[in-house]
Ligand binder design. Structure first.
Ligand SMILES: *Cc1c(COP(=O)(O)O)cnc(C)c1O
Length: 363
């Protein structure tokens, strides 16, 4: 069997949930497990995070899967429902809905449900993606408050700049002004807010990336927040080439050696979800590629990532051989450091791990 493997560490997930609790001890935790648990496997993640007060997903099928697997927590659909049939299913399975646009309000007003549903009414606080503007918000609240199909209303927004130096002071004031006088639960905080903006913890927090042990803030390591990586993507060296000065490797001959170089070929490529952009954003420590560990020793990728394989520099790891273990990311190599060398964020790499990569869950 091809040696690539994604190992999911349930103890890391549980530990990271505890870090959320430590930061926001008075809030209920809505663990965000959309995108197949940020690539870690929906049920794997939900099992490890069973102590969370709720789970947030996108697709109604994910929510129903969780309900049928026995999860009794609040289950929230982050984009709400897309038609009346889904609304019926949501009511049957006791799913909570984000309500962010007028057609969803009208759908609720026209519905006859077996049980009323709980909703999270979303305000647009400057992201300009989903939600009602501050001027529309109160009118929508009144309509939904009067709606027979609505049980409880939580007030929510999602800030655009929680992870940047701009912060959230201005949109937070706007949100508070908009909901002034309402006595409902409030939900504001993604990972960046949980870790950086205590003032906005409110009644529910919505951690995503921090649960998986990656950093929500570019340039700040997850380890600095005491988070543990929940996924190790590993493989092995399957071939070794020694090239001389002037020789090149891979498609486009993008890397040319300037001295005798021992090159390892790793069974992992972009069809496994490894970013093809590795090395296009060089850093002083890794001038040719992304960080990677071989037999626990740090080195870098070289040349262009191909569909099924990539290259790494073994010149300073003389004992490395065919069969040597490779960590693409995990304990030694943070997914954020790989992302940085690829001009992206850890979120994207974790979500992109391909279906053909086998998973192993360890407790
Ligand atoms: C994805 C998402 C989150 C989680 O964000 P992280 O940055 O991963 O913590 C929280 N709230 C909403 C509305 C989201 O879509």
């Amino acid at each position: 069997m091809r040696p690539i493997l994604a190992t999911i560490h349930q103890t890391a997930l549980t530990h990271n949930l505890h870090v959320v609790r430590t930061h926001a001890p008075h809030a209920k935790i809505m663990a965000v497990i959309k995108a197949n648990g940020y690539g870690h496997g929906l049920i794997n993640v939900a099992n490890a995070l069973n102590q969370a007060d709720g789970f947030a997903v996108l697709g109604i099928n994910e929510a129903v899967t969780l309900r049928q697997a026995g999860f009794a927590q609040t289950l929230l659909l982050l984009e709400g429902v897309f038609n009346a049939e889904e609304l019926t299913v949501a009511a049957i399975h006791h799913l909570d809905l984000v309500i962010h646009a007028l057609p969803q309000v009208e759908m609720l007003e026209a519905a006859h449900l077996i049980k009323p549903v709980c909703i999270h009414l979303k305000m647009n606080s400057g992201m300009n993606r989903l939600g009602f503007s501050p001027t529309e918000f109160m009118a929508m609240y009144q309509r939904l408050k009067a709606c027979q199909c609505v049980r409880e209303i939580t007030l929510m927004t999602h800030f655009a700049t929680a992870d940047t130096p701009i912060g959230i002071a201005e949109p937070l004031v706007l949100f508070k002004k908009t909901i002034d006088g309402l006595k409902e639960a409030v939900s504001l905080a993604n990972s960046a807010i949980i870790l950086r903006h205590k003032v906005a913890h409110a009644d529910w927090v919505r951690p995503g990336i921090m649960l998986y042990g990656a950093s929500p803030v570019t340039g700040t390591s997850a380890a600095a927040f005491h988070l543990q990586p929940a996924m190790t993507l590993s493989s092995e060296i399957i071939s070794i080439q020694t090239i001389q000065a002037g020789e090149s490797i891979g498609y486009g001959s993008r890397f040319t050696a300037n001295k005798t170089t021992k090159v390892g070929i790793v069974a992992c490529g972009y069809a496994d979800g490894y970013p093809r952009h590795a090395g296009q954003f060089p850093t002083p420590i890794y001038p040719h590629g992304a960080p990677i560990a071989v037999d626990g020793k740090m080195t870098q990728t070289l040349g262009r990532v191909s569909m099924d394989m990539l290259f790494c520099d073994l010149t300073d790891i003389p004992n490395a051989n065919i069969g040597s273990s490779v960590e693409l990311w995990g304990e030694h190599v943070s997914v954020d450091s790989v992302a940085e060398a690829c001009g992206t964020i850890g979120y994207e790499l974790l979500c992109a791990v391909a279906q053909r990569v086998p998973f192993k869950v360890i407790a």
